[in-house]
Ligand binder design. Structure first.
Ligand SMILES: NC(=O)c1ccc[n+]([C@@H]2O[C@H](COP(=O)([O-])OP(=O)(O)OC[C@H]3O[C@@H](n4cnc5c(N)ncnc54)[C@H](O)[C@@H]3O)[C@@H](O)[C@H]2O)c1
Length: 270
């Protein structure tokens, strides 16, 4: 296993993408500090890891609150003695454009995505610097690569998070710390409900979700959407020594979405 003896702190551990990332890291032997503002998402995720024989703790924390971030990092260090891997994954969705979005909503969404990554990188990298190694992964979105109408705070902060990745990579490279990002895209909805049920939740997909996601799948070059487990395997690679020479890079796990020539539609080739 590639991550035996490593400890990973992952923020935003819902049964969707955060849960998939955690499972990908656990499959390679990592212990987990599951951090979420929602108690149940931190604790259910950690309990699922432990039920499967792994090591984990869940910590409730708002990633925008500096004192809570320090507490979460300390709780992880108290439990495991080290943090080798940080995945900044917490985010909220609020599809609004610059005209209708309030300033308070802009501040909240950009803060969760950017301040959260800043604070966790700041406090986790301190221990990584002392130990002379570590890997930090920031979760982007294809919306951070392109101009998406009606999603102003999200797409702006995801684009900024990509350059935070490059800047932090340059700043930390001399300490043996790699900083990379991974870009997911519209995600196959089924796995999150299956994972939620495995976590003991009574969940079913809302009506219309499958049809909406099927429409996304028709427009993507591979004609099918990635699953959280696809992201989990990609991140396990990125944080492993197999990726030892990769820093400041973004790995797109997007079924070809960003590479697509703008005028080409897979349903109706030019
Ligand atoms: N779902 C998609 O289609 C998609 C596509 C591209 C990128 N992404 C990115 O993947 C990541 C995970 O998305 P998801 O779909 O699993 O979302 P999700 O809503 O299922 O999970 C996000 C988690 O972050 C937590 N969170 C929100 N605000 C927080 C805060 N202030 N402090 C701590 N935790 C907080 C939520 O409680 C939740 O558990 C996000 O960074 C998102 O931008 C998602």
């Amino acid at each position: 296993m590639k991550l035996e003896g490593k400890v990973a702190l992952v923020t935003g551990t819902s049964p969707n993408i955060g849960g998939g990332i955690v499972e990908g890291l656990v499959a390679e032997g990592a212990a987990i500090i599951a951090v979420d503002a929602v108690d149940a998402n931190a604790l259910d995720c950690a309990n699922a890891v432990k039920a499967a024989g792994g090591r984990a703790i869940g910590v409730t924390c708002d990633v925008t609150d500096e004192a809570q971030v320090k507490h979460a990092v300390d709780a992880g260090l108290d439990a495991f003695g080290q943090i080798d891997i940080l995945v900044n994954n917490a985010a909220i969705f609020n599809k609004k454009g610059v005209v209708e979005m309030s300033y308070a909503e802009w501040q909240r969404q950009t803060s969760i995505i950017l301040d959260g990554a800043f604070l966790f990188t700041k406090y986790v990298s301190a221990g990584m610097i002392d130990r002379g190694h570590g890997v930090i992964v920031n979760i982007i979105s294809t919306a951070g690569h392109q101009g998406e109408p009606g999603n102003i705070a999200y797409s702006t902060s995801k684009g900024a998070l990509m350059n935070f990745t490059r800047s932090a990579a340059m700043e930390l490279v001399g300490y043996g710390i790699r900083v990379v990002s991974m870009t997911p895209t519209a995600t196959d909805p089924d796995e999150q409900f299956e994972r939620g049920r495995r976590w003991g939740r009574d969940v079913t997909a809302p009506p219309g979700l499958s049809d909406a996601m099927a429409n996304f799948a028709k427009r993507i070059p591979m004609q099918r959407l990635p699953k959280p487990s696809d992201y989990g395997r990609a991140i396990a690679f990125l944080v492993s020594d197999d990726a030892a020479m990769i820093t400041g890079s973004d790995l797109r796990v997007d079924a070809g979405a960003v590479a697509r020539y703008w005028a080409w539609d897979p349903r109706d080739p030019l």
